[in-house]
Ligand binder design. Structure first.
Ligand code: PMP
Length: 362
């Protein structure tokens, strides 16, 4: 019996992707071994690797100017690897601060140069409840890059329009909303995302970077930390996380089967409308702190009138087969992570529960 999984990450995966993995676990395509027992240099694994890249390229319409990389170390490694490559001594980079993950990215950049805070929506209570407006950005045209977090997993806000940063390369941590809708990749010098929300299991980190940006990376750092090393070797410089990439491939096949990213966007917007609708029709009971224009489609944060009710909500939802609803300790309350694998029906089941909960406790 599978539960309705609203975990923030690692998150639920589409059932067909898991079923395929189950069916092929002991014998991948009649080879007498699983995909994870194959050499990463053999043609069987190579087919999976290349298909994952090809599917992403097709789904996102990735232009020739950009390259897909599969790295390890999570988005947390990217917090360091981006400045390690591009923040040369004396240079500065602009960071747009919208949550806990932006703070972690900024902290790592401080090891390599002088990152600047070009905008922040941090409040006196240490929370972030919106993303900045274009007019609030104080951008340095000489910056090595501008870094933003496209979706703030903990506080539940999201950039719905990416800022205009002029000619400065734009770098985005898209860990928690990568692939939720069609995205113009050409606007970004580098995108990174841990796979474990929309894309697959943990263990692989997706990078999508402009080839000319990669080429600008420092050469006086260890090879393994240069993007160029992985770009030159099609992410096969060393042994990649083959099982994780295989599962990403399965998830991408599922996305394609669903109708690609336009279909996924429609599905995700429908889920968000359903869920925010349930919150907004009970404003005295459910309180969503994030400003409307910044509300995340992926992570929906709200509070009940008391912490006791928050806890009762989580416990009763769990008893009804819905897990992963407790808010992050920094934000409190409830967080519904409704990544791509969560279905509109799953969200309707939750909102029926929410309406019922108000009747019982409101
Ligand atoms: N950035 C964002 C936006 C995240 O949500 C997370 C994980 N929740 C991270 C970075 C860190 O990712 P990882 O655990 O892959 O290092």
């Amino acid at each position: 019996m599978r539960v309705i999984n609203f975990n923030a990450g690692p998150a639920g995966l589409p059932l067909p992707a898991l079923e395929q993995a189950r069916d092929e676990l002991l014998d991948f395509h009649g080879t007498g071994m699983s995909v994870m027992e194959h050499s990463h240099r053999g043609k069987d694994y190579e087919g999976v690797h290349d298909e994952a890249v090809a599917l992403l390229t097709e789904l996102l319409g990735i232009p020739d100017t950009h390259q897909v990389l599969f790295l390890t170390g999570g988005a947390s490694q990217q917090f360091a690897q981006v400045p390690m490559n591009f923040l040369t001594p004396g240079a500065s980079a602009d960071y747009l601060m919208t949550g806990v993950w932006s703070e972690k990215a900024l902290d790592e950049a401080k090891f390599y140069g002088s990152p600047r805070i070009a905008a922040t929506t941090l409040q006196a209570d240490k929370r972030y409840q919106r993303v900045p407006k274009q007019s609030e950005l104080q951008l340095d045209p000489q910056a090595a890059y501008v870094h933003l977090t496209s979706n703030n997993t903990i506080f539940g806000s999201q950039w719905h329009t990416f800022p205009d940063v002029g000619r400065v390369p734009l770098v985005a941590d898209m860990s928690s909303d990568f692939l939720w809708k069609p995205t113009d990749v050409s606007r970004f010098a580098l995108i990174y995302a841990g796979a474990q929300k929309n894309l697959g299991p943990s263990g692989v980190t997706l990078i999508l970077a402009a080839k000319d940006f990669i080429a600008k990376g420092r050469k006086d750092i260890p090879r393994y930390f240069r993007y160029s090393t992985h770009a030159e070797n099609n992410s096969l410089y060393n042994t990649p996380p083959t099982l994780a990439i295989y599962l990403v491939r399965n998830v991408l096949q599922w996305v394609k089967g669903l109708g690609g990213l336009p279909a996924l966007e429609q599905r995700n917007r429908e889920k968000a409308d359903t869920l925010y609708g349930a919150i907004d029709r009970n404003p005295g009971f459910y309180r969503a702190p994030v400003e409307r224009e910044s509300r995340s489609v992926m992570n929906v944060v709200f509070h009940l009138p008391t912490e006791e009710l928050d806890a009762a909500f989580v416990a009763q939802a769990k008893a009804a087969g819905m897990v992963g609803l407790k808010g992050h300790r920094t934000a409190g309350g409830i967080r519904v992570s409704q990544y791509n694998a969560v279905s509109p029906q799953d969200v309707k089941t939750l909102t029926s529960f929410m309406d019922h909960f108000v009747k019982m406790h409101g």
